[in-house]
Design a protein. Structure first.
Length: 452
């Protein structure tokens, strides 16, 4: 890292600085040290830091960049750099917000802090700016939410600046040297180049908002096409397939829109905070004309951000409307399916009743033919034999062993009917007991729907 400016060789006494800080510096450092293993792990979301020293009111351009990759789990190099540049402890909060994450970051705050010891003293500012970047993934969301940590220290007497950027985007790495060179070649804008860089950070972060919102709008149109043009009845193979997973996707999209709106609100707030810092960061070098130039850029960014915000609110409203419509379609289809099942059950019940009636009719017929069957069986056995020499009209003669048939048949019939009666009684009692247990379980005071 570059050496600090010569005009800043005597820093303010620690007691004065501490009175200006509303935070507990020691607690912030302890929290950062506790997170260092995951923050600087080799396989984690490595923290890449750019540091730059930009000279002050000189006629020759003077700026240099250094890139540091803290990926070895060691916090000491970062602490040395922070101490060397006399960075205030609020910047540690910005550093702590980086690191490995297994899911989306719910924090949308811009971590903005700015402190100055007086009208002509140094000004320290740090914040986090968020932006969307293509992740080149084949599946899932093609956009990922990224962020860059920014620290700026303005040396009031010389106008030189110290910058520290955490994980700058590839676009920022490319544009920053070009913009510094362009600003230095413009003598009128040279005194406010540090202000213009703050504007550039927000402007570069805002470039991807339009494409990102268009991607989400395309997703919304696909869901709307299903909801608005699908048949409300049970869908056929040629209709749009609608299921509960579509409702889940819609809810995920809505949650994402809520988070993105909060990120955009944070960006708008960041521009407003920077606008309030113009007098402190510009000092006597900030003329009325130069202030108007910076205000114009910030106003343009503010108008553009508010337009994107209205687009997000519109998508959120459309998602809410589609969720209501999608729920109605699913409920209607479920009701229709339930009705069809009820009709089919009623038809099956009717068929069962007809079958039962036919079986009962056949049973009655079989019962009516039972005596005839018994007589036919008896007459076909040796128990009853025809006698040729008998008188006319007396041609059947009962065998002498017929009483044995009656003796065996009678108790066997009684035993069969008794067994059937006992089984019917047992099955009836068992069924009544099961019904009683079910009624008792449903009617108990502590029973719930889940227990039932």
């Amino acid at each position: 890292m570059a050496q600090p400016a010569e005009a800043h060789t005597e820093p303010a006494p620690p007691a004065v600085c501490q009175t200006l800080w509303s935070c507990d510096a020691q607690s912030i450092r302890e929290k950062l040290a506790a997170k260092a293993p995951s923050l600087f792990a080799t396989q984690a979301d490595e923290v890449k830091v750019w540091s730059a020293k930009v000279a002050g009111d000189q006629t020759t351009a003077s700026y240099e960049f250094e890139e540091h990759d803290f990926s070895d789990g060691d916090l000491v190099p970062l602490e040395h750099g922070v101490k060397h540049h006399e960075v205030f402890p609020y910047f540690s909060e910005t550093v702590r917000s980086f690191g490995l994450r297994t899911e989306s970051d719910p924090n949308t705050w811009n971590n903005f802090h700015s402190r100055s010891a007086g009208p002509d003293a140094d000004v320290e500012t740090c914040y986090t700016v968020r932006f969307f970047e293509k992740n080149n993934r084949e599946a899932g969301d093609p956009w990922s939410l990224r962020k860059t940590g920014v620290y700026h220290r303005l040396d009031a007497p010389t106008g030189s600046s110290t910058w520290i950027l955490i994980k700058p985007s590839p676009l920022l790495k490319k544009r920053l040297p070009e913009k510094l060179k362009a600003l230095w070649s413009h003598e009128q804008l040279r005194p406010i180049r540090h202000l213009y860089l703050h504007v550039m950070f927000i402007a570069l972060a805002s470039q991807s908002w339009e494409d990102y919102i268009q991607t989400q709008r395309t997703k919304m149109m696909e869901i709307e096409r299903k909801c608005l043009y699908s048949d409300t009845e049970i869908n056929d193979p040629n209709d749009y397939p609608i299921s509960f997973s579509d409702r889940q996707k819609l809810q995920q999209l809505r949650r994402k829109l809520i988070t993105v709106t909060a990120v955009l609100d944070s960006t708008i707030c960041l521009g407003q905070r920077l606008r309030k810092l113009l007098p402190a960061m510009g000092g006597s070098r900030l003329t009325k004309q130069l202030k108007e130039v910076i205000n114009t850029e910030l106003c343009d960014l503010d108008f553009e951000a508010n337009y994107h915000r209205r687009s997000l609110l519109e998508l959120r409203q459309r998602s809410s409307d589609m969720e209501t419509l999608l729920s109605g379609i699913l409920e209607h289809r479920n009701a229709q399916a339930t009705m069809d099942m009820s009709v089919n059950s009623e038809m099956e019940r009717g068929l069962e009743q007809k079958s039962s009636t036919n079986i009962r009719a056949l049973t009655v017929v079989a019962t009516l033919y039972l005596p005839a069957s018994l007589l036919a069986g008896i007459f076909s056995t040796p128990l009853v034999q025809p006698k040729a020499e008998a008188e006319p009209g007396d041609r059947l003669v009962v065998s002498a062993e017929f009483w044995k048939f009656i003796l065996v048949l009678t108790p066997l019939s009684i035993a069969t009917f008794a067994l059937v009666r006992v089984l019917q009684h047992f099955w009836t009692r068992k069924h009544e007991a099961e019904l009683g247990e079910m009624k008792k379980g449903r009617g108990s005071p502590g029973s719930t729907d889940e227990n039932v």
